[in-house]
Design a protein around this ligand. Sequence first.
Ligand code: PEP
Length: 259
Amino acid sequence: MRNKVIAGNWKMNHSPIDTRNFFGKFNDLVKENNHEIILCVPYIDVAAALESTENTNIKIGTQNLNHEVAGALTGDVSVKMLEDIGIKYSVIGHSERRQYHNETDDFVNLKIKAAFDHDIVPILCVGETLYERELGIAKEKIIIQIRKDLEGLPANFARKIIIAYEPIWAIGTGKTASKEDANEACKLIREEIRKMYGNDVAEEVRVLYGGSVKPTNAQELFGMSDIDGGLVGGASLEPDSFAQIANFDKFSMNIGEMI
Ligand code: PEP
C-alpha cells in the first residue's frame, strides 16, 4: 500500500514571517495526519520553515535546485547546499520553470540524478498544454517527458521518485481535470514506469495529481486507484485550506460551507 503524499508548492509567495505564521497554525491542524506532508517553499523561507517544523510530521522541500555542486552560476542554489541544510525533497521540472526559464527535459534529467545523488527526493512534474490536449497528443507528451526525464536513472532511485501529473491548463486556473481523466493519466505514467523498470518499481512509485486541487475536490481525486495524493499550489498558501486537503480522509466535508 503506497503512502499518500500531500505536497504544497508556494511558488513565489510568503515571506519568512508569513512562513512562521503559517506553521504556527498549520502544525497543529495536521498533527494526527499519517500522510507524507511536504511544503515546497521559496529558498528565502527554507530556514524559517525548517525551524518551524522541527519535531513535526511535516517535511520541507524546495521548488528547484541547480544540479552543479558549486560554481559561477549567479543567483542559483546548488543541490549540495540544499543537502547540507537538510532538505529532503525538491520540485523539479515544474511547468512554470519549463515555460519561463526554458528548462528542457535534458536539464530536468540532470537535476533528478543530482537530487538523488544528494539524498533529495525529486517531485518531478509532467503534463500537457491545452493545445497538446486539443491536438490529441497529451499521452504522447507525458510519455516522452517520463522517458527523457528519467533516462539513465537506476531502479533503486526510480522507485523513490514522486511524479506529479499536472495538466498545464489546470494549474492556477480553477479548472480541474475530472477524477477519471486525472486517474487515467496517473495510470499511464505508472504503466510507463512498469515498462522501464518492472512491476515492483511501478507499484512503489507515488504518482500525484496537480492542478487546482482544493478542499472540495481532494477527497474524490485522492480516492482514485492510481492517484497517490496531490501537488497543491494556490490552496497550500493558507493553513486551513491546506490542512483540509491533507486531512481529506478525516472529515466528511460540508461542501456547501467551503465553496
Ligand atoms: C502547482 O503549482 O503545481 C499547482 C498545481 O498549482 P494550483 O494548485 O494553484 O493549480
